[in-house]
Design a protein around this ligand. Structure first.
Ligand code: UD1
Ligand code: UDP
Length: 368
């Protein structure tokens, strides 16, 4: 029996951890599971709603870290996590994605000689100014088992000198949650409640510091979205970071007829994504979900760590906001609404492959 400690902290973690916990729960004699929630995200609609909708257990340990600078947040997670690790003595710590909680827990585990498995390993934007890129590179370096979603992940890791024996291509575990819950998400009453018509509205999410922390940059983006909203309804569930910046800069009036909403739960958001004509985002996960669904996506960033979404033709980078957004929007709505674009191993079976890989790698004594 191996003890597996899973880490969640921020919104994009829940939909990656839930399928892995469910897959391991199907093999009860093999795994004892412990769930740690760092509390990096804490509002109900950034955290608890995902535990509930994804059918996850209540966390065994809640660290209550909250917000802060990168150093504060990372250090607080490390301090909070170390006693939890000592208490439960896991064979593996499983971390997902690229948020501060991911790196902090991987670092504590590695220093205490506990094996680390990184789900969503190998993604690279090549942009060292992104905090997530720092987190990805360092977490991969600290991990014993690197579980990649796509071939580019393997290539990036091999190029960085990581041994092939530590890399397993398992596919995209976020898509496991999507596949399971899409039928339910499609029943969301929200499209109707908001008076929207399927494939005749635009869905927006934005939270990258580059886009939202500088009032001038945020204003240019809101102006571009307000222009689009004159042609087609624009619905924008606003991340708390972005809400704070819009309020601080007094930009509510720049919004025109953009419809701001609170952050949505997983089912409502997935239902809206599936129904949207175009999605405009800077989210990592949303680029992947739109690719799976074949929904045109405009990503307001100069680069992406998910190149497969561009290769499949659903996702397009828009490096400069302003008129370029309107042009990209016009060209997106000139395309057919949906593209068929299956990505290998984005099939709903990634969590089973992750479970197999961890089982095969064996308990603590195996060493690197
Ligand atoms: C974090 C991740 C980012 C990820 C995003 C997903 C890092 C470095 N960043 O960014 O990679 O894409 O989560 O959503 O880990 N806030 C609230 N309530 C909450 C959470 C946050 O009000 O429940 C506000 C606080 O003012 C906080 C700000 O949002 O200061 C930013 O939160 P933080 O976790 O630092 O970074 P995110 O921008 O959410
Ligand atoms: N999401 C959600 N409600 C929202 C916005 C996003 O449920 O209002 C989901 C989205 O479907 C995806 C995940 O949150 O599964 C992505 O998280 P986020 O964009 O916060 O982080 P990133 O992927 O950029 O790290």
């Amino acid at each position: 029996m191996q003890t597996i400690m899973h880490i969640v902290g921020a919104r994009p973690n829940f939909m990656k951890v839930a399928p892995v916990m469910a897959a391991m729960a199907k093999r009860p004699g093999e795994f004892r599971q412990v769930l740690v929630h760092t509390g990096q995200h804490y509002d109900r609609n950034m955290s608890d709603v995902f535990l509930e909708q994804l059918g996850m257990p209540q966390p065994d340990e809640f660290l209550g870290i909250g917000s802060g600078t990168h150093a504060e947040q990372t250090a607080k997670v490390m301090l909070g996590f170390e006693p939890a690790l000592a208490k439960h003595r896991p064979d593996w710590v499983v971390v997902v994605g690229d948020v501060n909680s991911t790196l902090a827990c991987a670092l504590v585990a590695a220093k205490r000689g506990v094996r680390v498995a990184h789900v969503e390993a190998g993604l690279r934007s090549g942009d060292w100014t992104m905090p997530e890129e720092v987190n990805r590179v360092l977490t991969d370096r600290l991990s014993d088992l690197l579980l990649t979603p796509s071939e580019d992940g393997d290539r990036n890791l091999l190029r960085e000198g990581i041994g092939e024996a530590r890399i397993r291509r398992v596919g995209n575990v976020m898509i496991d949650s999507l596949v399971r819950l899409l039928p339910e998400a499609r029943k969301t009453p929200l499209v109707h409640e908001l008076g929207l018509v399927r494939e005749r509205f635009v869905l927006v999410t934005l939270h990258r510091p580059d886009n939202v922390d500088d009032p001038a940059a945020l204003r240019v983006i809101l102006d571009a979205l307000a222009a689009i909203a004159r042609a087609m309804p624009v619905v924008f569930p606003v991340h708390p970071r972005t809400r704070k910046q819009i309020q601080a800069a007094g930009l509510e009036s720049a919004a025109g007829s953009i419809r701001f909403l609170e952050p949505l739960g997983y089912l409502d958001f997935l239902g809206l994504t599936d129904a949207a004509r175009v999605v405009i985002t800077d989210s990592g996960g949303v680029q992947e979900e739109t690719t799976y669904l074949g929904v045109p996506c405009l990503t307001l960033r100069p680069n992406t760590e998910r190149p497969v979404t561009i290769e499949r033709g659903t996702n397009r980078l828009v490096a400069r906001a302003g008129p370029a957004v309107a042009r990209a929007f016009e060209s997106a709505i000139a395309d057919p609404a949906r593209k068929t674009c299956a990505v290998p191993l984005w099939d709903g079976g990634a969590a089973d492959r992750i479970t197999d890989a961890i089982a095969a790698a064996g308990p603590r004594s195996a060493g690197r």
